[in-house]
Design a protein around this ligand. Structure first.
Ligand code: ADP
Length: 402
């Protein structure tokens, strides 16, 4: 079956057309700057070079029409007829407590996803826009929602309740939800395969380090704690997000700088993290380069990033009563030997030690990078969230047919 996987942001649509028989992407791409000047579609068929198409892409409906047109186009397309797209799988950021697994999107389900906007005002509205656009452009085919939060739905209350009045949890659903669930699940399963054991016998820590960063403790296949919380702002230091912070700081800054709620939100989400500390960039490649060139603020940003990562690894080892495997994934996790080395330094008390050569060689490929004879297997595993979405979409479509 050919499944279109869609990941919508405020002004972007990422897509992949996945053939579920071979579990490969026939084409992938990105529509950027939707609703702005210089909108552009970047498209890469699996067997031909990348192309860029500019146009007036005013909204997500037009964006999806561009995607379907290029998938069908004579020169750059990978299908002959739109009926070859048999289902659409959507990444939906927040499933709240309602969605513990993926669902076929019906009118009722869409209303329920809409009711979660309050919990994820920065994310779910765009996901819903993508769903509506696909329903319009590709009517009469099944659409499935796959939630970033679902993998974390079994986290115990002592890990998800915050130290504020319990009534606020009951009233507003304020609790830890966790995100990047599809990625943590996928890499934990791949890691178990690399270790030659079922995931149900392993204690794993998975570090997803991209623009957004989160780390998860997985006890025998179940997420039992994760660093992102009520929103994707908590936990590790990220490209532009602060991660953990004394909550009183923001109240203090809001008062001192007379910031509105919106401005405070922007400060924490867009101007903090690596970018805010270094003043250089949110991109770890730039940070590493500048840090090596003696830029003290870039070095500080890198040190904070790795130190916080180390603290989380050790605390999750405590949560799991030991650890069998540590996994690095996403842009930074898959490509930065420097970050992996610094995060794993002085961790031999836990049985974590890297093989320097293997660590340097492990760039964007599955590889065990632990030193021979060490207790904990440290692995690099490229993530594949789109494949998880396609697999779940296939499963639900087949269930509906049965
Ligand atoms: P997203 O979270 O948006 O999916 P990615 O997983 O693609 O992002 O990660 C993007 C980040 O990965 C970039 O901001 C960059 O910091 C980092 N990255 C990519 N390649 C490298 C590299 N070779 N070395 C260090 N960091 C890298």
């Amino acid at each position: 079956m050919k499944i279109l996987v869609i990941n919508c942001g405020s002004s972007s649509v990422k897509y992949q057309l996945i053939d579920t028989e071979t579990e490969t992407a026939l084409a992938k791409g990105l529509v950027a700057r939707i609703g702005m000047s210089a909108s552009v579609l970047t498209h890469k068929p699996h067997d031909r070079p990348e192309v860029k198409v500019s146009g007036e892409i005013l909204d997500h409906i037009v964006a999806i029409e561009y995607v379907v047109s290029i998938l069908l186009s004579e020169n750059h397309g990978v299908i002959k007829d739109r009926s070859e797209i048999q289902a659409v799988g959507h990444r939906v950021v927040h499933g709240g407590e309602r969605f513990s697994e993926s669902v076929l999107i019906t009118k009722e389900m869409l209303a329920e996803i809409r009711s979660l906007i309050d919990l994820a005002p920065l994310h779910n509205p765009h996901n819903i826009r993508g769903i509506n656009a696909c329903m319009k452009t590709l009517p009469n085919i099944p659409q499935v929602a796959v939630f970033d939060t679902a993998f974390h739905h079994q986290i115990p209350p002592y890990a998800y309740v915050y130290g504020i009045p319990y009534i606020l949890y009951k009233r507003y659903g304020i609790r830890r939800y966790g995100f990047h669930g599809t990625s943590h699940m996928y890499v934990s399963e791949r890691a178990a395969a690399m270790m030659g054991k079922p995931v149900s016998e392993l204690r794993l820590i998975t570090a997803h380090l991209g623009n957004g960063c989160s780390i998860t403790a997985i006890d025998r296949g179940k997420s039992v704690d994760t660093s992102m919380g009520f929103t994707p702002l908590e936990g590790l230091l990220m490209g532009t997000r602060s991660g953990d912070l004394d909550p009183a700081i923001i109240l203090h800054i809001m008062a001192r700088e007379e910031l509105s709620l919106h401005e405070a939100n922007t400060l924490l989400n867009k101007h903090s993290g690596l970018a805010g500390i270094s003043g250089v960039s949110s991109d770890m490649r730039e940070i590493t380069k500048e840090a090596a060139g003696n830029n003290t603020n870039a070095k500080l940003a890198l040190d904070i990033f790795c130190y916080r990562l180390r603290k989380y690894i050790a605390s999750y080892a405590a949560a799991l009563n030991g650890v069998d495997g540590l996994v690095f994934t996403a842009g930074i996790g898959e490509n930065s030997p420097e970050v992996r080395a610094q995060a794993c330094a002085k961790m031999d008390f836990l049985g974590i030690r890297l093989d320097e050569t293997k660590n340097r060689q492990a760039i964007a490929k599955e590889m065990d990078i632990s030193a021979p004879g060490t207790k904990v297997r440290v692995m690099v595993v490229p993530t594949n969230e789109e494949l998880v979405i396609a697999r779940d979409t296939l499963r639900l479509v087949q269930k509906q047919k049965a």
